[in-house]
Ligand binder design. Structure first.
Ligand SMILES: *Cc1c(COP(=O)(O)O)cnc(C)c1O
Length: 357
């Protein structure tokens, strides 16, 4: 272990390793800068981030929450964990973005308490006007950016386009704490509520932009969604040199593109909005002409030792999971995209670079 990592882990241990340790404040500051959102709150997982965000925006048991059908089951499970009902929204044909007509239909069928778009593998293709309209109508937008910590938009940042950004710091995501996550927002009231949900319902006090839990427990609903300080220390080491992380993922992306090209099968990269300045950093998605081509490509990549999500999970809209069998959903565009997509995490590609290079 390098000296900085050892020192930060020592500091975390000196603070008892708890979710109130100073290393977490420092990590939160780095994440706030990275995502251009003044309030960043470390939490115990990406799922916990979604649960905290859902409570903070006021989602109540029984409420309907629209979720991108192409997100992983973890996103829908977080909605269920908050006691709400996931409403699976189809994508625009050939894109990971929410389809406007499907979103309208979901809102017509009953009030929506929140909407969760998911930039899968780092691809962001949402229509900013659609998100702005939702928020104007009082429907909060929570983005599950677990796979997109490096996503950058211009001229409006991601943090300006949504109410809460949720990150995962799981060991298979670009910034790693082992298990961990974060909620980011530009709204101080939402930040206070997220903190309360994370810290057993404690009230908070602002000191500058820093939130300090001060009041008694259970002043409102909360639980324990705090991040372990040892994991946070590890994530902090990575986030002190985000430039190195970013360039590592840029290099990995080139390696991945070359590997996809080498299969000789025709493919197109999944589309992104014109406003995307930087890919979210998690993976590469090839859209093939049909499911047969996608299967061929997936097998070729798997044969060369690269983990491919079509084989590991047989990628399909999340409502195909048994847990969601009771919920009605019709998402033909999402089914078509999932069948034609070959998706890989960038870190699955063999590359000589290692963290810290
Ligand atoms: C990994 C992931 C999650 C869950 O995050 P955890 O930290 O494992 O709880 C949720 N949503 C997406 C899009 C993910 O990739």
């Amino acid at each position: 272990m390098d000296r900085m990592t050892t020192q930060l882990i020592d500091l975390a241990i000196a603070d008892g390793g708890t979710g109130n340790a100073e290393v977490i404040r420092t990590l939160e500051k780095h994440l706030a800068t990275l995502l251009d959102a003044p309030y960043a709150l470390g939490v115990s997982s990406g799922t916990a981030a979604l649960v905290c965000a859902l409570h903070a925006v006021g989602v109540q048991p029984g409420d309907r929450v629209a979720v991108s059908a192409l997100g992983p089951s973890m996103t829908g499970l977080a909605v269920v964990a908050a006691g709400a009902e996931p409403v699976f929204v189809d994508c625009r044909p050939g894109s990971f973005a929410l389809a406007t007509d499907a979103l309208d239909a979901a809102a017509k069928a009953g009030p929506l308490a929140a909407v969760i778009p998911v930039p899968m593998w780092g691809y962001w293709d949402e229509d900013p006007q659609v998100l702005a309209d939702l928020r104007r109508r009082g429907i909060p937008v929570i983005v599950d950016a677990a796979q997109a910590p490096f996503l950058r938009l211009g001229p409006q940042s991601l943090a300006e386009s949504v109410d809460v950004i949720c990150l995962s710091l799981h060991g298979r995501k670009p910034i790693k704490a082992g298990e961990g996550g974060a909620c980011l927002t530009r709204n101080p009231e939402l930040a206070e509520r997220i903190l309360a949900v994370r810290n057993f319902g404690q009230q908070t006090k602002f000191t500058g932009t820093r939130l300090d839990p001060t009041g008694p427990f259970a002043s409102q609903f909360g639980s324990n969604f705090k991040i372990n300080a040892l994991g946070a220390a590890w994530a902090l080491v990575q986030s002190t040199d985000v430039g190195a992380l970013r360039s590592r993922f840029t290099t990995l992306r080139k390696t991945a593109q070359a590997a996809f090209e080498a299969t000789g099968i025709a493919w197109q990269e999944a589309p992104q909005a014109g406003a995307v300045l930087e890919h979210g950093g998690y993976g590469l998605v090839a859209l093939c002409a049909d499911a047969g081509d996608a299967a061929d490509m997936a097998h070729q990549l798997a044969d060369s030792g690269i983990e491919v999500d079509t084989l590991r999970y047989s990628y399909a809209p999340m409502h195909h999971s048994p847990c969601f069998a009771g919920h009605q959903a019709s998402t033909p565009a999402a089914s078509d995209l999932a069948a034609r997509a070959v998706a890989c995490r960038l870190e699955a590609f063999p590359h000589p670079l290692t963290l810290g290079d």
